[in-house]
Write a protein that binds this ligand. Sequence first.
Ligand SMILES: CC(C)(COP(=O)(O)OP(=O)(O)OC[C@H]1O[C@@H](n2cnc3c(N)ncnc32)[C@H](O)[C@@H]1OP(=O)(O)O)[C@@H](O)C(=O)NCCC(=O)NCCS
Length: 151
Amino acid sequence: MELTKAKLSDIPAMQKLVKPYIDEGLVLSRSDDEIANMIRSYTIARENGKIAGFAALYIYTPKLGEIRSLAVAKARQGKGIGGAITQKLIEEAKFLELEHILTLTYRASFFERLGFKIAPKEEVWHHKVWEDCIRCKHFPTCNETALILKI
Ligand SMILES: CC(C)(COP(=O)(O)OP(=O)(O)OC[C@H]1O[C@@H](n2cnc3c(N)ncnc32)[C@H](O)[C@@H]1OP(=O)(O)O)[C@@H](O)C(=O)NCCC(=O)NCCS
């Protein structure tokens, strides 16, 4: 497995991989244009040239980033791929000199294992809500857990 930045030609395969999780309401849908616009924020795990998973490090402010759109192909889960992608994005956040990374997720235990701590949702709400939450099918009754990693 290798971790690389995403290319524009990866977008169709990324959309195919994430589709079931969008349908389940686990990951927010993003258009091809939106992904293209932020392509440099995405890190991809490849196995034999095929995309096994990906996630994005999005920057809100010079101090605060977010790990979002994390998805690993169903058949490839439980093998450390999601953890490796997340670690890579944490390294990227350190390099960029971010101070905190937030995430909103139904898999709090996954992020806690990687050092994230559960935070009151109100702490992250205003950063996220008008950009993303407003487009989510669960809005405004969000059952996701907010977590923050202090870098
Ligand atoms: C959440 C998700 C990205 C995790 O990806 P993954 O590749 O399965 O993650 P990992 O394999 O690194 O870790 C998953 C579990 O497997 C375990 N694991 C990791 N490596 C392992 C290995 N080599 N052998 C056995 N178990 C292992 C971990 O302990 C972890 O348990 P935890 O979640 O209770 O902490 C994946 O389940 C997914 O795509 N879910 C659907 C979309 C989603 O919910 N995304 C999150 C939105 S923020």
